[in-house]
Write a protein of this length. Structure first.
Length: 314
C-alpha cells in the first residue's frame, strides 16, 4: 500500500467523532516504524498548514494519557477531510505538468539562507470539483486490488442507479474527476465522480484489460459514447475569440485555418458534443457551428432557449 493511501487512512481516523490516532494501529496495519509514523504526522501538519487550514487554534495535537498516547485533531473535522483531499488533488495536477518545469512550481520551504523565497513559476488552478474523500479512497484501493465495486450513481436526469462495475482508473480532466470502468457487458464507460453517491467494494476480482482501456482514449475529452468512431466538429470564431482560440490547443489531432474574412476555423474529433458545445458557448456571440448539421441545429436550439430564459423572444 502506498504512503498516500496510508496517510489517507490516518486522516480518516482523525476525522472520526472520537478520532484517536495511535502508533499501535498504524504499526499493526502497515508494519511501519514509529519514526515513519511521526514523519507522516509532520507531513499532514505541513500540508494543511501550507494551504491555510491549520493554525494555533486548529492542530494535530499529541496527547499523553494513562490509557496510551495518541494524536487528535481539534479543529473542524469535515474541513480537515476536504482540505487534505483538495490539496492532494492540487498536487496531482501540479505533478502532471511537463517534468522540466516541475521544479519551478509553488513556493519554496523557508530556510535559513533564503527564508520565504518564491520560485519564478507558480502553478495556479481554478475551482476544483468537490470529491467525497472516503469514496475516493475506496476507489483507489479497488483499482489497485482489481476488485469489483457497486456504485450508487445519479445520472444527469436525476435517476438513481446501482451498478456493478470493474473500476479501471480515475482521471482528472479539466479539473473534474471521472471514473472509467468496464461494465459487466465488457464495454468501457466513464462516470462523473461527483454523481457517485456510494461505493461498496466487493469480494470478486477482475482482470484489467489495458489494451481495451487504451483504445477508449482516442476521442476528444473523455465523454463516453456508443459510437465506435469520433465525429468531427467544425466551428468558426471571430474577432477577439478568433485570436484567443488560435493560441489554444483543443485536441492533438485538431485541424485549423484562417479564412479570408479574418475568422478562425477549427475542427476537432469528439465522441460527444457536450464539451464542444460548452467551449463554443463560452465564446458567444463570436462563435458559430459549421458542421455536422445535427450539431448546428442543436447549437441554434440551445441559443434560442437561452434567449427565452432571459426574456428575448427575437
Amino acid at each position: 500500500m502506498s504512503r498516500l493511501e496510508r496517510i489517507m487512512d490516518m486522516i480518516n481516523v482523525l476525522c472520526l467523532e472520537d478520532g484517536k490516532l495511535n502508533y499501535s494501529y498504524i504499526r499493526d496495519k502497515y508494519g511501519m516504524s514509529n519514526r515513519e509514523f511521526r514523519r507522516d504526522i509532520e507531513f499532514i501538519r505541513e500540508r494543511l498548514t501550507d494551504i491555510g487550514y491549520m493554525d494555533k487554534l486548529s492542530t494535530v495535537e499529541y496527547v499523553r494519557s494513562s490509557n496510551g498516547n495518541y494524536y487528535v485533531y481539534n479543529g473542524d473535522k469535515p474541513k480537515l477531510n476536504e482540505a487534505f483531499a483538495s490539496s492532494t488533488i492540487a498536487e496531482a495536477l501540479r505533478d502532471a505538468a511537463y517534468n522540466p518545469l516541475r521544479e519551478q512550481f509553488d513556493v519554496t520551504k523557508n530556510n535559513d539562507s533564503n527564508p520565504g523565497e518564491r520560485k519564478p513559476v507558480r502553478y495556479m488552478y481554478s475551482a476544483i470539483e468537490k470529491v467525497d474523500y472516503n469514496l475516493f479512497t475506496t476507489l483507489v484501493a479497488a483499482i489497485k486490488e482489481k476488485r469489483s465495486v457497486e456504485l450508487d450513481y445519479i445520472n444527469v436526469q436525476g435517476k438513481r442507479n446501482t451498478l456493478e462495475v470493474h473500476p479501471m482508473e480515475l482521471i482528472n480532466y479539466s479539473q473534474l474527476w471521472y471514473l472509467k470502468v468496464e461494465t459487466k457487458y465488457g464495454s468501457i464507460r466513464t462516470y462523473n465522480l461527483s454523481r457517485v453517491q456510494k461505493v461498496r467494494m466487493m469480494d470478486s476480482h477482475f482482470q484489467r484489460d489495458d489494451e481495451k482501456l487504451k483504445k477508449s482514449e482516442g476521442a476528444y475529452g473523455i465523454f463516453s459514447s456508443a459510437k465506435d468512431e469520433p465525429v468531427w466538429y467544425t466551428m468558426r470564431f471571430y474577432s477577439v475569440a478568433a485570436n484567443i482560440v488560435s493560441n489554444q490547443i483543443w485536441h492533438k489531432e485538431e485541424r485549423s485555418k484562417w479564412n479570408e474574412d479574418g475568422s478562425y476555423e477549427l475542427s476537432v474529433p469528439a465522441v460527444s458534443d457536450i464539451e464542444v458545445m460548452g467551449k463554443m458557448l463560452s465564446f458567444a456571440p463570436d462563435s458559430e457551428p459549421v458542421s455536422p448539421v445535427e450539431f448546428v441545429e442543436k447549437y441554434k436550439e440551445t441559443v434560442r432557449k437561452m434567449a427565452e430564459k432571459v426574456g428575448d423572444e427575437k
